[in-house]
Design a protein around this ligand. Structure first.
Ligand code: B16
Ligand code: MG
Length: 215
């Protein structure tokens, strides 16, 4: 099956927001007296905000009501939004722009498939708000990765069947989601070497798209 569309995860594939997520969760957790470190932060990759909060609260000494949890997630997001306001074009990860150009030249459609509700803001900050044929993000879905919903929506918005789409992901949950949706997956960053990924590369610059497309 030919690859006619590529759906890119955002955080960790096109731009690295890891540290911003870490600092925002850390600030909220410190204020609440909850232990949080970079190792725990790794587990939040590709996971939705409320599911991430549940992971953070595993170390909490007290229990929180649903209302309090909403407030904690909101507070973390306020800190996060403040931090991502300093993102710019310079934060686009290595190989991303060249990859988009190559795919466009080949007539392949490109989309975003991200769990983040902050996708529109992040794309604007890095100057890519008009770069994609479709954007499927955390605002449009009810089930986050490893559920395939966000990628199936991306394929639908591109007008393509899943089997003609390739997903690029940095999270194991995202690779799982792509496979569950019947798509091929390229694992980069933290997901490079994921045994379920069809292709693997350290980053987009090293992905060898020419070879993948010739497959
Ligand atoms: P937000 P992706 C994910 O984005 C992040 O990897 C994950 O750490 C974050 O919790 C999630 O978005 C939700 O983000 O709080 O901005 O809605 O990797 O799917 O692009
Ligand atoms: Mg990601």
């Amino acid at each position: 099956m030919k690859i006619l569309g590529v759906i890119f995860d955002l955080d960790g594939v096109i731009v690295s927001t890891d540290n911003c997520h870490y600092l925002a969760w850390k600030r909220m957790a410190d204020e609440e007296g909850i232990y949080f470190d970079r190792k725990i932060n790794e587990r939040l990759r590709g996971v939705s905000r409320m599911e991430s909060l549940e992971i953070v609260l595993e170390r909490a000494q007290k229990s929180y009501t649903a209302e309090q949890k909403q407030a904690l997630a909101q507070r973390k997001n306020d800190y996060y939004v403040e931090l991502i306001k300093s993102l710019s074009k310079a934060d686009i990860l290595s190989g991303a722009l060249d990859t988009f150009e190559l795919l466009r030249r080949r007539g392949i459609k490109i989309a975003i498939g991200s769990s983040s509700k902050n996708t529109p803001l992040i794309l604007k900050q890095i100057g890519l708000e008009n770069a994609f044929d479709a954007v499927a993000d955390g605002n449009a879905i009810t089930h986050s990765k490893p559920d395939p919903e966000v990628f199936l929506l991306g394929a639908k918005l591109l007008g393509l069947p899943p089997e003609n789409c390739l997903v690029v992901e940095d999270a194991d949950a995202g690779i799982e989601a792509a496979v569950a949706g019947g798509m091929r997956a390229l694992g980069v960053g933290s997901a490079a070497g994921n045994p379920n990924a069809t292709y693997s590369a350290e980053n987009l610059a090293k992905a060898g798209f020419e070879t993948i497309l010739a497959d």
